[in-house]
Ligand binder design. Structure first.
Ligand SMILES: [Fe+2]
Length: 265
């Protein structure tokens, strides 16, 4: 079982986001990289910020790019996404397996031996994420109904502080209660997220929580609080979470392209 994770594709209007970042090109190169993998991943999971402004046109563009994937995909929302437009673009398809009128875009599925729980951490209009009472109750119920299957939880906002102050202030509200739920579910092995636009890992409860790099632009490593966030030309990438021979997930980080940014202002 190979689960490929891509994230923070930020498909934008026009060719370049901020006049500099070719986000569509970044996603196209990720698709090309995935299509060249042998064996091919069983599933491609997109952990939010599919597009930059949540518009129907941007979701159409995103769909046109991922249609070149020969693999099934699943999507979940990030802070740049719009639930209604995501539903319009993907609702009723296998990419977003949620009922028509649920308030949140979260779901649970089995893929081979692995259980996938996709969480919706979107708090509309805000950059930080939120796990409210309703969503935590939903997660608690999903975890309680299966204490055996190896489980991977996917979400946009990481449930830990990265030590990068300019991103941590846009973190996840409710993460302490989330971690308490993880502690109660020993079969949760992996938590995967996006949002930070670089590869970071930490322990949450007993599980490894892993942030994937963006397919487009990378945030510079910066732990000083007196410096503003800035982008860097470190290569974009993706993660492969492989359900391995020793009954555990092993995560591989693949680069998808050389530095591709034009001069940033
Ligand atoms: Fe993002």
């Amino acid at each position: 079982m190979i689960l490929c994770q891509i994230t923070d594709c930020h498909i934008a209007d026009g060719r370049h986001l901020f006049g500099a970042i070719d986000t569509a090109g970044g996603l196209a190169r990720a698709v090309e990289r995935i299509n060249g993998l042998d064996p091919a991943p069983d599933l491609v999971l997109v952990t939010g910020d599919l597009v930059n402004d949540g518009t129907a046109a941007q979701y159409r563009h995103f769909r046109s790019l991922v249609e070149a994937l020969g693999r099934p995909i699943r999507v979940l929302p990030g802070n740049h996404d719009d639930r209604a437009e995501m539903r319009a673009a993907f609702g009723g398809t296998e990419a977003l397996p949620v009922p028509a009128h649920t308030p949140f875009l979260h779901y649970v599925e089995r893929h081979g031996p692995v259980r996938l729980i996709a969480l919706d951490t979107l708090d509309p209009g805000k950059t930080p994420g939120l796990l409210c009472d309703d969503r935590l109750a939903w997660l608690e119920a999903r975890l309680r109904e299966d204490r055996q299957s190896p489980t991977l939880i996917a979400m946009h906002h990481p449930p830990f502080q990265t030590g990068m102050p300019m991103m941590d202030r846009y973190g996840l509200e409710g993460r302490a209660r989330f971690e308490a739920l993880i502690e109660s579910a020993p079969n949760v092995q992996r938590i995967v997220a996006g949002h930070v636009h670089r590869t970071v890992a930490a322990r949450v409860g007993h599980a490894t929580a892993q942030i994937a790099p963006s397919t487009a632009h990378t945030l510079a490593w910066e732990v000083r609080s007196d410096r503003p966030p800035h982008w860097t030309d470190e290569p974009a990438g993706l993660l492969l979470h492989v359900w391995g021979p020793e009954e555990r997930f092993v995560t591989h980080h693949l680069l998808t392209q050389p530095p591709h940014l034009r001069r940033l202002g």
